[in-house]
Design a protein around this ligand. Structure first.
Ligand code: PLP
Ligand code: COI
Length: 340
């Protein structure tokens, strides 16, 4: 199969139209079989639930070409499970996990020509999503929904690849204590747009959000969870019921324990203790692990010992082990890598 003529090594994180997408509709209480289509346009009522009251959820995953030329994806069952939880929280019908995995694999397969080659530094990003499609004017859940999956080849999420980021503690909140921070709802990202534009305007790469209730504890950024490394090499991640349970973060914590023999801890992390860490990273499907060199807290600079030129040593080992697992050069735990 011939690959598309794309400059893989210079891709950013953007949308490129690929050939096929999966579409399934929910009507009269049931999902249809779903089909692959070449039609990238969505036609819905001007009054569709998604357009009026933001009833939409999504997932983000990637397909990789392994060192021996297979096309694989990473823990799709966990994305399927998380989408079920997102749907339940927004009163949307569940798209069953096994059907979700089937649809994702089918869509990747159909767009095989767009899966970047091994070693190119690029991957095929996969975006499953679902939205309320019928007219809704009183505030209530829609009755009809569409589930879709599209793909787009991507490079690094942050420009500059692995150069450490400078982030700021945000005065805007991302998620309320009993709100929707733990699910992947489009509304969480709309909430973060002003904060991210403002951060960029002020020269920061991202926002570090604190818990909205007390504004003392570290939560996450707009699109990734945090990992910290203590000066004695323990990997720490914030525990909170209002952050997204990142599949990358959960995997990295297991990699730290089982592959790198490191101690790990999921606990509340106070902004006050940031200075005590040696390394900091952002982790997620898009971010992979992006090192953070500096956090700015209202003018006060907290600089991690790992510095502003490269990844810290533990972050680097985590990065290399995870990407090795994903690209098939390191043996994966049972069920993590699924062949397309
Ligand atoms: N946190 C937020 C807010 C995200 O949008 C994402 C991206 O999916 C993550 C964390 C990382 O999650 P995952 O590792 O499952 O991609
Ligand atoms: C992902 O990592 O897949 C996400 O959805 C994050 C998004 C900010 C691109």
């Amino acid at each position: 199969m011939d690959k598309k003529n794309i400059d893989w090594a210079n891709l950013g994180f953007g949308y490129i139209h690929t050939d096929y997408r999966f579409v399934s509709n929910f009507k009269n209480g049931a999902w249809d079989e779903g089909v692959l289509t070449e039609d990238a346009n969505v036609v819905i009522s001007e009054c569709a639930g998604v357009l009026q009251y933001a009833q939409t959820i999504f997932e983000g995953m990637k397909a990789y070409t392994t060192a021996d030329g297979r096309i694989v994806t990473f823990r799709p069952d966990l994305n399927g499970e998380r989408m079920e939880q997102s749907a339940a929280r927004l009163e949307m019908p569940v798209f069953p996990k096994d059907k979700f995995v089937e649809a994702v694999l089918k869509t990747i397969k159909a767009n095989e020509a767009y899966v970047p080659p091994y070693g190119s530094g690029a991957t095929l990003y996969v975006r499953p999503y679902m939205f309320g499609s019928n007219p809704v004017i009183g505030v209530k859940p829609a009755e009809e929904y569409q589930f879709r999956v599209f793909t787009t080849p991507v490079g690094p999420y942050f420009k500059g690849g692995v150069k450490p980021l400078t982030i700021r503690i945000s005065d805007f909140d991302r998620a309320a204590p009993n709100g929707t921070g733990h699910i992947k709802a489009g509304l969480n990202y709309a909430m973060s747009l002003h904060a991210i534009v403002d951060a960029h305007n002020q020269g920061f790469d991202e926002n570090m959000y604190l818990d909205a209730g007390t504004r003392t504890k570290v939560e996450e950024t707009g699109g990734a969870n945090f990992l910290f490394v203590t000066k004695d090499g323990k990997v720490v991640t914030p525990k909170s019921s209002s952050i997204l349970p990142s599949i990358t973060r959960r995997s990295l914590m297991q990699v730290a324990r089982e592959y790198l023999d490191l101690e790990t801890e999921e606990r509340e992390v106070y902004a006050e203790e940031l200075e005590s860490f040696a390394e900091c990273g952002l982790c997620g499907t898009a971010a992979v692990i992006s090192p953070v060199g500096k956090v700015v807290d209202h003018g006060k600079e907290i600089c991690f010992a790992s510095g502003m030129t490269e990844m810290g040593p533990v972050t680097k080992k985590l990065y290399e082990t995870l990407t090795g697992i994903q690209m098939g050069t390191i043996k994966a735990p049972e069920g993590w890598v699924v062949e397309v």
